[in-house]
Design a binder for this molecule. Structure first.
Ligand code: 2YC
Length: 285
């Protein structure tokens, strides 16, 4: 999993309105609507404020705190209308502070996992899983619907796996390419076993890029997708950091490219927890 750098996230918190407008232009929907779509919720029914107060806890383990990370996560949640704060203390002290201040939902990340936990329902949402869902939902909206359409997923890791399952959920046909053939075939078998649906393993990246117009770039390779693979009807949803689109190709694909280092994943984590709360609420009746 790529570890974000301070410069990757420095501007996010104060550009969220612009980012949201950009998403609306590209997909016809807001960040909240895409995140709700990713988890099968109608935004009308689910307002993020149902999550109560949220605490983001800085974590110093491993390579330590990324300056601005917790503040940026809190900014994204605030943008969604959730009352959020970053704990003054990190780690265990931050956890105690979150409990003392009556929060029900906690966001925290170490070098390996980024999760959001709802203490009341004892459920959690994982960033990789949510990021895959969020990007598949954005591609579904941006292309006018993935039903009966083929989608090339680059990268068979946790994000690519989650995106592939979501694309199947939207009725799409998944073609997977990973530089490790073993990773592709393992994912293909997992999906066949879990959903009975076949996905197509691509063995040649060049051919796959030439043949596909809807692409999820869920691998951490910079700039390998050049202009000759992008066409007027190409649509790219790229959760991978660094961005797989070659800088010289950015201008042409920009109106049909979704890419951010944190926003869609965090928003989908929020709606994923909301989904649990709403379905739990339904059970309580
Ligand atoms: O500031 C902190 O609390 C750090 N412990 C945060 C470390 C996040 C490491 N993970 C990443 O940089 C990203 C995730 C946001 C998703 C994938 N990699």
């Amino acid at each position: 999993m790529t570890r974000l750098k301070e410069e990757d996230i420095a501007c996010i918190a104060w550009q969220l309105k612009e980012y949201d407008h950009e998403l609306q232009k590209k997909t016809g929907h807001s960040l909240a609507e895409i995140a709700a779509h990713a988890v099968g919720l109608q935004t009308k029914a689910a307002h993020a404020s149902l999550l109560g107060r949220i605490a983001v806890i800085p974590v110093t383990s491993g390579q330590g705190i990324i300056s601005g990370f917790s503040r940026t996560v809190a900014g994204i949640l605030d943008h969604l209308g959730v009352n959020t704060f970053v704990t003054a203390a990190s780690d265990v002290g931050g956890f105690a502070e979150a409990i003392e201040r009556g929060t029900e939902t906690i966001f925290l990340a170490d070098d390996d996992r980024f999760i959001a936990v709802n203490l009341k329902l004892r459920v959690y949402s994982d960033n990789s899983d949510s990021t895959g869902k969020g990007y598949a939902a954005a591609l579904d909206y941006m292309t006018g619907g993935l039903k009966d359409k083929s989608v090339l997923v680059l990268g068979a890791g946790p994000v690519g796996r989650s995106a592939a399952l979501s694309i199947i959920g939207f009725g799409g046909e998944v073609h997977i390419y990973d530089k490790s053939e073993r990773a592709s075939s393992t994912l293909s078998q997992l999906i066949l076993d879990s959903s009975g649906r076949k996905i197509y393993v691509e063995h040649d990246l060049t051919r796959a890029l030439e043949e596909h117009r809807r692409i999820i770039v869920a691998c951490p390779e910079a700039g390998f997708i050049t202009n000759n693979y992008l066409h007027a009807d190409s649509y790219v949803a790229a959760p991978g950091v660094p961005l797989g689109i070659h800088p010289a190709a950015l201008n042409t694909i920009w109106p049909r490219l979704i890419h951010d280092p944190l926003q869609l994943g965090v928003a989908t984590m929020c709606y994923d927890l909301l989904n649990s709360i709403i379905s739990e609420g339904g059970k309580e009746r």
